[in-house]
Design a protein around this ligand. Sequence first.
Ligand code: ZN
Length: 250
Amino acid sequence: MSVIQEIRCPNCGAPTTYNPGEIIATCQYCGFTSVIQTGKAFTLEHSMIVNEYAPTQVDELVRNWMRSGFLKPRNLAKSSKIHEKNLTYLPFWIIPVTAVSKYKGVFERLVPPVVKEGNIEKKYDWLVLARKATEFPTREYDVPLEGKISYDFRKIERFAKVLNSEVDKGQAVEIARQQIESHHQFLVKQDVDKIIEITNDFSTGNSVYLHAPVWFIVYEYKGERHNILLDGATGTVIKGDIPATRFSPF
Ligand SMILES: [Zn+2]
């Protein structure tokens, strides 16, 4: 059982609750964001992306998704029942990174094999989910950053949930580093068959803390429940479970 703790918002005095493990909290009454441990204001940029869809529109988006694509059962849209649709503003860190990887490896597809050297240089706005237990396909989520505005609690719907951060900036930078390293390793392996050495050089810019709207949807089809994650900014399905069809086209 997790113990919910209560603090007073340093800005408006309203009682706000937070869960163990949370590091950065946003007051639901005034939008003030503070670092829980110190009780001081969070001073980095805090942004948000606005949700564009009402719950009834979300139904329509889900039905459209169910009707599209030939891998889905033909009666999916008609025979499914939407059980839950919860709008949650998920916390992310956006870490701007310039990453340079220098590598040396063996290209074995030639006889005799040759040693190759190369460089990968890339710029990213790398997205790190600021929650530890939440399953979210961060790499499949193309966060619509052009739509980001300063965090404004008045733009958060009353029925929506805003999750606090469990990851601080330093941890987020470290996670981004590790993920980019393994991503670059993957890229290098497209070029050489065996890596002899690889060195990575990262420089990071100003990190942004961001809340982005995601609809968590549960639907039922033939007695089984399935999940859909839908981007509240673009209305597109980020990830959707498709029931197994008995007659596969393959
Ligand atoms: Zn407050």
